[in-house]
Design a protein around this ligand. Structure first.
Ligand SMILES: NC(=O)c1ccc[n+]([C@@H]2O[C@H](COP(=O)([O-])OP(=O)(O)OC[C@H]3O[C@@H](n4cnc5c(N)ncnc54)[C@H](O)[C@@H]3O)[C@@H](O)[C@H]2O)c1
Ligand SMILES: [Zn+2]
Ligand SMILES: [Zn+2]
Length: 329
């Protein structure tokens, strides 16, 4: 079969390789759509924690089950599935405490093990969840980032009736805003320097969409930092109300720091919390994507052939659409 391969020397190529064999607890999936995101860019350009080079990327995907290991009982050949890429050990302290996203042996599909930018990908059966055909390929491949967005909202310990600011109007920011809206947030504002992204946010139903310089005098009970840049976090801290919660979703460079004012943290009794990956929200995302299918479609640009991975990455870097995806025909 053919697969995309990224080497530790930052080279992308299409390779011929052996079709994966399926273990007794695995299924073989033929991907139909796969999103690319910042993690793929990190794997390509700088190296990303846990990457096993040479790497076949692809962790946001949906597809068809074509082979089923003998111990997998909930799936059959032909099922349409989305795959939770987080393969965990189930035995470490964090797995046992119900925090699988913090598993010390985490081996994500498309990072630590072979990913979906290939004709076939073998995945643990328990990571593949059935999805209604009516969801469609593009939105089905958005289930993984949606699960991360739902975990971010969960990490805020509730948005109902609270004024919410989402910093960053990219995939994560918009999915967080839509999730917060569905969970009864009082008011929701979204911030992004790109007016094109703000326009998409408004069309998707987030009416209060502003550029970062339009927030003087506004304060918010919950702030999601989903831009991943120090300036965005600094502004988020600044705009956080008394007893407010700031949820850190953006992934910053590991050596970057942002100053905080401990006096304000004390005086306003604020909470800062991190949100890492999708935790146990994948099944919820499989359901919720059906409610936001129209908005999801707005986010997705014209897909690239998986074999044009390099062109897809380039288009993504230029921000031509909110979400860049790969097709497999
Ligand atoms: N915690 C998680 O589970 C998780 C999951 C996926 C992605 N991420 C991270 O979340 C961040 C966002 O991911 P994404 O896929 O949405 O990326 P993205 O590139 O699609 O979106 C980021 C957006 O932030 C905007 N931005 C830049 N500077 C800003 C500023 N000062 N104020 C407001 N907006 C600003 C950009 O214009 C862009 O639209 C990244 O850091 C990514 O690595 C985290
Ligand atoms: Zn991703
Ligand atoms: Zn574990």
């Amino acid at each position: 079969m053919r697969a995309i391969q990224i080497t530790s020397g930052h080279k992308i190529s299409v390779i011929e390789c052996t079709k994966p064999t399926v273990g007794s607890d695995e299924v073989l999936v033929k991907p139909s759509c796969c999103g690319i995101c910042g993690t793929d860019l990190h794997i390509l350009h700088h190296g990303f924690v846990g990457t096993n080079y040479p790497c076949t990327p692809g962790h946001e995907f949906a597809g068809r089950v074509v082979e089923v290991g003998r111990d997998v009982k909930h799936l059959k050949e032909g099922d349409y599935v989305a795959v939770d890429p987080n393969v965990v050990c189930s035995t470490c302290r964090w797995c046992k405490e119900g925090r699988p996203n913090l598993c010390i042996h985490l081996t994500p599909i498309g990072v630590g093990r072979l990913g979906a930018a290939a004709e076939y990908v073998a995945v643990p059966g328990k990571n593949a969840l059935k999805v209604k055909e009516s969801v469609g390929d593009g939105p089905a491949a958005l289930i993984e980032p949606l699960a991360c967005a739902l975990h971010a909202v969960e990490s805020s310990r509730g948005v109902a009736g609270r004024n919410v600011l989402v910093i960053g109007g990219g995939t994560m920011g918009l999915l967080i805003a839509l999730s917060a809206k569905a969970q009864g947030a009082g008011a929701i504002a979204i911030s992004d320097p790109s007016t094109a992204k703000l326009e998409i946010a408004r069309t998707a139903g987030i009416a209060d969409a502003r550029t970062p310089d339009q927030f003087a005098g506004s304060y918010f009970d919950v702030v999601f930092e989903a831009a991943g840049v120090p300036r965005a976090l600094a502004q988020g801290i600044e705009l956080l109300e008394k007893i407010g919660t700031l949820v850190q979703v953006g992934v910053h460079d590991a050596d970057k720091t942002v100053p905080i004012n401990p006096f304000i943290l004390y005086e306003r009794e604020q909470t800062f919390v991190g949100s890492n990956s999708c935790a146990e929200m994948f099944p919820t995302a499989v359901d919720f994507i059906q409610d936001i299918k129209t908005q999801a479609d707005l986010m997705i640009g014209e897909p690239f052939s998986v074999w044009d991975f390099e062109a897809a990455v380039e288009s993504m870097s230029k921000g031509h659409s909110i979400k860049t995806q790969l097709r497999f025909d």
